[in-house]
Design a binder for this molecule. Sequence first.
Ligand code: XMP
Length: 509
Amino acid sequence: MGQQTVLVLDFGGQYKELIARRVREQHVHSFILPGDTPIERIREIDPIGIIFTGGPSSVYGEGSPDVDGEIFRLGIPVLGICYGMQLMCHKLGGEVTQCSVSEYGVTDAELVVDDSPLFAGLDRAQTVLMSHTDYVSRPPEGFRVTSRTAHCPASSMENAERKLYGVQFHPEVVHSVHGKEILHNFLFGVCGAVGDYDMRGYIARQIELVREQVGEKRVILGLSGGVDSSVCAALLARALPGQVTAIFVDHGMMRKNEGDEIEQAFRGRELRFVRADASERFLSKLAGVTEPEQKRKIIGAEFVAVFRDEAEKIGGAEFLAQGTIYPDVIESGGGSAATIKSHHNVGGLPKDNGFDGVVEPLRGLFKDEVRAVGRELGLPEYLVERQPFPGPGLAVRIIGEITREKLEILRNADAIVREEIGKLEHRPSQYFAALTNMRAVGVMGDGRTYDYAVAVRAVDTDDFMTAKFSMLPLEALAKISRRITNEVAGVNRVLYDISDKPPATVEFE
Ligand code: XMP
């Protein structure tokens, strides 16, 4: 028997990824498809359960997301969340009432039955997160209300015989205190999940698939040292020993010791590791360039050129591997076609890229799962837990012209920033040093200095689309400042960047 799957059908909910992750955390495989996925496709997938996400629409709204009513006759358990519950109610002949005010926030719910499979083992009093305007005012025939809140006469409903369940609240968020148990009850109690999804199994399946796809042919991969490309390389080294070449383009704008660390991590694995020291090439192209976008373009173009040259040197390869992960796939429409991220380090290869195919063994994984696979494959913790680092490297953290001297100053200051912030109990999502182009007067011993000002940047964010600067403890900032001004020649001032995104960005350029 194949692996069990729970299908998440998306009706525009902001929590769709979270729902799939919560299911996977309970060792049940799950993935997301649009709410209007044809019923034949769902039959083919043959999920053990289906979860409808929430969404901002009203079932009465024009063009609001709909679902084929046949889905309720497949005999597959369905859990409708928020809009998903309203849609289930509406399709099955119950009544949804449009409300003028929204209920939003953490609320007390009371179970009104004590034999609901969804709430098995839970107390009558529940704390849940509500976020809705419409509500179910009359459940469809054959359904019963299983809980209510002060403002919502049916905060959940069920037809246990048909295995159809609805919850108005969001069990996937931590604010719903027993949300995890509720999902567990649905998965294991209602759907008959066995918990057959884990990273060891994922690795084993991918090894099989990749071997089938590539056969005896050769694979080439651009290794940036980031989490995704590193884990991809380690997985392919295991799947295709001796057939993989990983090209690490060292553009000279990596962080302190980074190139050596990456080389070290891949030494001894069953792949050919090529470290292309191209710093001279990059720096001469960047000489005198100060405009941020121009810097990025030069680096992007040079990246592709170096990668091509190195690929040629080793006599090419039939397949290109990429560390695309599941959120990239969802973002780009979730289609089945292979998508190449334009900002990927290989530089957005054109369709007729000369390869027989693209190998993307991490396509099915969320970031935390990629890290787990990395650990399982024995990659060192500093690679697996690495914070995001932009493709153009330190170039986007140096304002003005890039020179070897400035790179050296920034590398040393950045190493101190990362070391000190890394010791804090609360670690920001991303933290680093940037080199401003500002020089200021200072004093050292008896002499006057005229040196650079380093900026410390630390942000907290969930998605990097918006970010808040971190409220770092002043003592930590003081220590960073003293260490940088003492240990890094050429710096006499340290500034802390207290800008949010927007209006700033995380990086400086
Ligand atoms: P910004 O500066 O746009 O950064 O607020 C948001 C996040 O994206 C990272 N970043 C990049 N990552 N190639 C990358 O792979 C790039 O060119 C690039 N530019 C920014 C940045 O580090 C932050 O995490």
